[in-house]
Design a protein around this ligand. Sequence first.
Ligand code: AMP
Ligand code: MN
Ligand code: ZN
Length: 883
Amino acid sequence: TEANQSNKYRKLHPSWKNVLNNCCLFSLSALQYGLSAVVSATKASAGLPQAGDEYDFYRSFPGFQEFCETAFADMENMVCLLMQHHGCRAHMRDHNKLTGLEERFDLVVDSNDVILEKVGILLDEADGVNRSQQPVMPAGFQPPKIVVSSWNRKGSDSKRGSETFRLLHAKNITRPQLKFKEKIDNSNTPFIPKIFIKPNAIKPLPSYFTNKQIRKERPEDLDVPAALADLIHQQRTQEHVEDMFAHPYQYELDHLTVPERMLSKPEPQMYKPMAETKCSFIDTLEDLVALNEKLCRLSEFAVDLEHHSYRSFLGITCLMQISTRDEDFIIDTLELRSEMYILNEAFTDPAVIKVFHGADSDIEWLQKDLGLYVVNLFDTHQASRALNLARHSLDHLLKFFCNVDSDKRYQLADWRIRPLPDEMFQYARADTHYLLYIYDCLRVQLLDFNHGQPGLLQSVWNKSRDISLKRYVKPIFTEESYLELQRKQKRSFNTQQLTAFRLLFAWRDKLARQEDESTGYVLPNHMMIKISEELPKEPQGIIACCNPVPPLVRQQVTELHLLVKEARDIPLLKAEIGAQQKKGLTPVKKPEVTLFGPHDTSRTSESDFPPFSPDELPVKQGMLFSDDEPGKDVDMEKMKGLVASAKITLFEVETKSKQGSLTAAQVKASQIIESFHNPFRMYLPSKDVHVNKNAKFDPSTKIYEISKRWKLQSTEQQQKEMEAKRKAREEAKELAKKVSEERNKAKQSYQESLQNVATVRQQAAESAKGGGKKRERVASEVGESTPKPSKKLMKSAEKPSKKDTAPKDDFKPFDYHQSDFKVFAGAKSKDSTQFDPNRQAYDPSKKHKNPKGPKSNSSAGNRSLSYLAGKSDRGFRHNWPKR
Ligand code: AMP
Ligand code: MN
Ligand code: ZN
C-alpha cells in the first residue's frame, strides 16, 4: 500500500525502458511533445528500483505487484496497437508468461526495424530521392529542380545555386560499359597499350601489337592440352614483355625537337565569342573521320576530357572536347570508344600542337580507354607554374587572360548522362574554347618573363613532353596493397583489426573488379576502417558501421561477417608486429647498424640484416652465455652479420688473450674495467659477449639469476631435442663430438624457429602445413613482444637433472631471433622474369599538378558524393589537383 502511494513506485519496470524508448515514433508535428514525453519517461525508468536489487523486495508487497501488473498490461496494449498500426507482427498476448519476455522483446526490436526502415524511406523522399524514378537530369533539363540520389544527399551547404548541380550521381543511368565492343579488363594484370596501328611512326610498332594473332591469343585458344597451352602462351608473351609495357611513342617523343617558330614570340590570336562559334557534337564514325582530317591540317588544337570514376573500376572517359581556332567539337567517347584511335593521326603528328590544361590524367585516360597518344603537347598548367602565377587552375587562367568567370561545378557531374544536358554541354565546351588563346598568351609571357630568351618556354615544352611520356598503370592488387592505404590512414591497428582490414581490402578489390565498380562504391575507405576498428560480432554491426549502407555491403553482409570473424579469431598482438610480418618479405641489405639495443625494437627491422640462406645460419637459440672455446666456434663469423656490435661503448676490454703477460696492476685494472659490464651484452649470443665473470657466478646478481634460468632452459630444450633425435636414428650415432653436436642443435632449433614462423603464418592464412612437428609452440606466443618468465618454469629449472621434465612452452626468454628471422622464412624467391607489380605501382606524388601538394579540398563542398565530402578519397586512386 505504501508503495502504491509513493510516487516513486508509480513508474515502470526497467525492461520497459527500452520498449518505451524504441517504440515512440512521432510525426513531425508531435515531435516536441513526443520528445519531452520520452525524456521524462526515460528519466523515470532510470529511477526505478533495479531488478535483482530493491525491486525484488518491493515485489513482495502485493500492492506493488498488482500495480506493476496493471501498468505492464496497459503498456503492452499500447505497444501492440503501435505495432499493428505499422503492420508488424504483434501476438504478444499469446506468449507464455515465463519465456515470453524475451520473445516479446525480440518482437519489439523487429518492429522497430520495420518502423525505422519506413522512416528512412520517408526521409529519403523528403530529401528529394525517389527510389523508383527515371534518370536524374540537371535543373532546367527536366523537373524536379533539385534531384539527389540517396548517395548524394544535400549537405548543410546553403548555396542554392551549387546545390542544383550536385545531383550528379544518377542511379538509373544504364551502364555504358555494357555497350562497349571491347570488354573492360579489370583483371589483376598490367595494362597493355591498346594500339595496333601507329601513325607518324619513326620506329615501327613492335610485332606484338601489329600481329593481331599474338595479341589476342589466349591460352585456351591453343590446340594443345591446357597445361602446355599455358606454358606456350607464357613463353610467347615473355618474348614481348619489353614491347608490351613500353610507351609506343617513346622513340618519337625522345627525338622530338621543338621547332624554332614554337620558341618565338607569337601574336595572340583572340578567341571567337562562344555565341559565334560553331559547336558540333560528334557521335558517329563518319563525323569522327572528318574531324580527324580537319585536325591534321591545323597547326594546333586544344583538347580536354571528362571522366567518370565512381561506377567503374578503372574509370571511363565519357567525353572529349576539342577546340580549334574557329570551332568547338564535343565527342561522345562512350559511343565512339573503339573508334577514337583514328585520331592518333592528328594526336601523334608532331607538326600539330595539342594544347591541354593539366594533362597528367588526360594522357593516362587517353591510353586506357581510347588507345590515343600525344606527340607534341603543350600543357598550360605547366606554363602557369613556370610563370609562378598565383594559381594554376583553369578558372584562374580564364579569369586572368579572358576575364571569363567559369563555373567548375560541373566538373564532377556524372558525365555518363545521355543525352548530354545542355548545361553540361556548354560547360564542357568552355573547357577548351579559350585554351588556344591562353596558350598564346602564356607563350608571350614565358618569353617576356625570361627577357625574350626561350629557356623558360623550352622548359615548358620539355615538361609537357614528359607528361605525354606517362604510361597508364593499372592498379595491381598485391598481398601488401592494403598496407599502403593503412599507412596513409595513419591508424594504429592491432593484429585483429589489421587482419580485418586486409581481408576487407581484398574482398573489396575483388568485388570491385568483378562488378566493375570503384572501390569507393563497393566500400568507402572510412567505412572499411570503421568495420576494421570495431570488428562487429554481428552482421548487423557491420551494417551499423556504414551510413548509408553501400548496396554491395548489404548484399554480401554475411560474407563480410565471416571475414570479420576470421580476423577476430587470430591472436591479438600489437599492430606493428603484424605489419612487419606482412611486409617483411624482402629483406634489404643494410651494411651496418651503428647502435644496437636488443630491446629497441623500433630500430631493429628485417632490413637491418643482410640477406642469407637458412642453411648458412647458425643460431644459438636459448644460449645467453656461450661456453664454447673461441677457436671451435666456426659459425661465429657468420653471426657477425646478424648481430651488430656496438660502435660506441664504454666496455671495450682487451684482456683475455694476454692475461698471462699482464702485471698485477694491469690485472687489477682490467678487473675493475670488467665490473662495468654492458647491461645489454648479456642478450648477445655471440662469443664476444662480455659478462663479468664474477657477476655471472655471484648468486646475488640479477645476471646470475637470468643466466642460470636461461642455461637451464636451454639444457632442457637440448635434452629433449636429443631425445627425439636419438629415437629417430636409434643407435646410428652415439654422442659424437661435442662441437658438432652443438652445431646440430643450433641448426635444429633454428629450423624449428622457422617452422614456428610458418605455423603462425599458415594459421593466419588458414592453410594446412607444418603439422608434423613434434614440438609446436602455441601460436600466440610468437611475436609476443615481452614474454615473461613463468613461475612454473622457475620451479622446474631448479631440478635440471630430471630428464623427463617437459620444457615449458609458455616460457620463452627474449628471443630476438624469432622476431627478426621470421621475415626470411617466408621470403620466397620471386620469379624475377615475371612482371613486378611494385614497379608499376601508382605514385600519387606524381599526380599533383600543384607542387604544393594536394589541395586542401576547397572544392569538397561541391562534390557530388556528399556522403564522403572531405572525409575520404572516395576510393579514387587520384588525388585531384584543382583545375
Ligand atoms: P577537367 O580537366 O577539369 O575537365 O576534369 C576532367 C575530369 O577530371 C572530370 O570529368 C572529373 O572526372 C575529374 N576531376 C577533376 N577534378 C576532380 C576532383 N576534384 N575530384 C574528382 N574528380 C575530378
Ligand atoms: Mn582536363
Ligand atoms: Zn574538362
